[in-house]
Design a binder for this molecule. Structure first.
Ligand SMILES: [Zn+2]
Length: 226
């Protein structure tokens, strides 16, 4: 057996010992407080970000580029992964989480600027991101370094995903949609691992956000106000 898998199983035994008693209240049903949509990047530990070790608390979706959009024969719709807890478990909070140095955003940026291509499966994912990021790439100031350009596009991507949810009829007005960026590179000047709020229900103006949400005022911060 692959040694990494052997080690994973060993860790799972520890996990089972710790979690054995934590499923009593959620064994037969779930009512998660939030659904989070995060990039699959191995450096972003989706439950750990929120210090969550409680089964049933957070419904976690992961894909490259933290996309909320699915392409169907009838056009682009809210991804079933995100919609499921909204439609079926009474969840009324969605958190879209991008992260600094995102590889999916970088690949999309490269595809849009240099026409680089990827294997078909990855290309499909990038094709879902491209139409949302195209205007952002065009709006980037010319004199930016590559890393800063990518990190601004990370915010732009979160904004577009939030906007897609807000505009969708499937996501009703009683659902709060929050966009955040997880920073493990100390780009925002906080602590690595800190989440910065950049968008609430489509509002992305920092001053207006802080005025509207004083309880999380200190956590609202953007790299790019466009
Ligand atoms: Zn990523």
């Amino acid at each position: 057996m692959h040694q990494a898998f052997v080690e994973l199983l060993e860790r799972n035994a520890d996990h089972a010992e710790t979690f054995d008693s934590r499923f009593d209240d959620v064994q037969d049903a779930q009512r998660p407080d939030a659904v989070t949509v995060c990039c699959s990047d191995s450096r972003v530990l989706q439950d750990h970000v929120w210090d969550n070790d409680r089964p049933g608390h957070i419904f976690t979706c992961g894909n490259i580029g933290n996309r909320v959009v699915q392409r169907t024969a009838d056009g682009d719709v809210v991804s079933g992964d995100v919609l499921y807890p909204i439609a079926h478990t009474g969840t009324d909070l969605v958190v879209v989480m991008g992260h600094t140095g995102c590889g999916a955003v970088t690949a999309t940026y490269d595809a849009l600027t240099d026409g680089l291509s990827e294997p078909p499966g990855i290309e499909h994912c990038l094709d879902l991101l491209k139409p949302h990021l195209e205007a952002g790439v065009e709006a980037l100031p010319e004199d930016l370094g590559r890393d800063e350009a990518i990190n601004r596009l990370v915010e732009y991507n979160v904004d577009r995903q939030v906007q897609f949810l807000v505009a969708s009829e499937q996501v009703t007005d009683d659902v709060t949609v929050v966009g955040v960026v997880y920073d493990f590179q100390d780009v925002y000047g906080g602590q690595r691992g800190e989440v910065h709020v950049i968008n609430v229900d489509g509002e992305r103006d920092v001053d207006r956000l802080r005025a509207a949400h004083p309880d999380v005022e200190s956590r609202i911060r953007r790299r790019w106000e466009y």
